[in-house]
Design a protein around this ligand. Structure first.
Ligand code: ATR
Length: 276
């Protein structure tokens, strides 16, 4: 039977996942489709039951359902449970629906080759930061500093991870030259927000990598600022594509083309951005 996959969210119409997965399915000659489904806020349970009933082979979950979906699944992988959020559901051979989280690992893959010795600074301690912090830990990184406007939230995350340290944004700014990789996960820099930065970058280390999880705009004010220091900057498009590629490989047992997809989406979004 033809396989089918989906992404559920609210709103969902702007999701790039359908284009991405449909393209990969076609490229790899897989007889399957991937559809966006808008789910009303108080209808998540019914939506999940419907997807199961209709035999959906796997689906992605986006805002605002990543946490709320957990009780409705048959099982949740340990790492997703630790993060407290699921972005990918896989149908097993015995028709069980299992939740995973590919966001953090996808983000780390988007950085290219990095080493466990690298000293990482995470700006923000919200949902996105949680996924990324857990993924760094699962890959053996131990030098992790989490800086947040509300210090208590960073402290809670560090306590839970049992690695790293929590600091204020000011402390992070003052010690910036210690970090090899700086990851911007706060909601600053998205289209609707102003151009203010979570920290100033004048103490940025030479050869640092600066990443932002936002991809719209392709160059956020934070990356714009980092580019003045001639460091490598990475936007959130790679995270989007790599989290999708991981989900795709869980469902289909093969890895799709990520570099080509990033290029395709850059063109679709309407930029001429290159990570550099
Ligand atoms: P997400 O799931 O996208 O991570 P979130 O859970 O709402 O979203 O987290 C938003 C993050 O952006 C938090 O770290 C938040 O800091 P607080 O914990 O202090 O709220 C951070 N953030 C939002 N607006 C900010 C601002 N103006 N300056 C600095 N940090 C900000």
């Amino acid at each position: 039977m033809k396989k089918w996959f989906a992404v559920i969210g609210n709103p969902i119409s702007h999701s790039l996942s359908p284009t991405m997965h449909e393209t990969w399915l076609k490229q790899l000659n897989l007889d399957a489709s991937y559809i966006p489904i808008h789910v009303e806020l108080d209808h998540l349970e019914q939506a999940v039951e419907s997807l199961k009933l209709l035999g959906c082979n796997g689906w992605n979950i986006t805002v605002p359902f990543k946490e709320a979906i957990i009780p409705f699944l048959d099982a949740v992988d340990d790492s997703a449970r630790g993060i407290g959020a699921v972005n990918t559901v896989v149908k097993t051979k015995d028709n069980k629906y299992v939740g995973y989280n590919t966001d953090g690992l996808g983000f780390i893959e988007s950085l290219g080759t990095i080493l466990p010795e690298h000293n990482i600074l995470l700006l923000g301690a919200g949902g996105a930061a949680r996924g990324i912090a857990h993924a760094f830990k699962s890959l053996g990184f131990i030098q992790l500093t989490i800086a947040n406007r509300t210090l208590a939230k960073a402290t809670t995350l560090v306590d839970e991870l049992k690695i790293g340290q929590a600091v204020t944004l000011k402390d992070a700014e003052n010690t910036l030259n210690e970090f090899d990789i700086v990851v911007q996960t706060t909601s600053l820099g998205m289209k609707s927000n102003d151009a203010s930065l979570p920290i100033q970058l004048n103490r940025l280390k030479e050869n640092a990598i600066v990443a932002d999880i936002v991809y719209n705009p392709l160059v956020t004010p934070f990356l714009e600022e980092a580019r003045k220091y001639n460091v490598r900057t990475i936007n959130g498009l790679g995270m989007l594509v790599h989290q999708g590629a991981l989900a795709f490989s869980y469902w289909n047992g093969m890895k799709p083309d990520t570099d080509g997809m990033i290029q395709q989406l850059v063109e679709q979004i309407g930029g001429n951005y290159v990570n550099r």
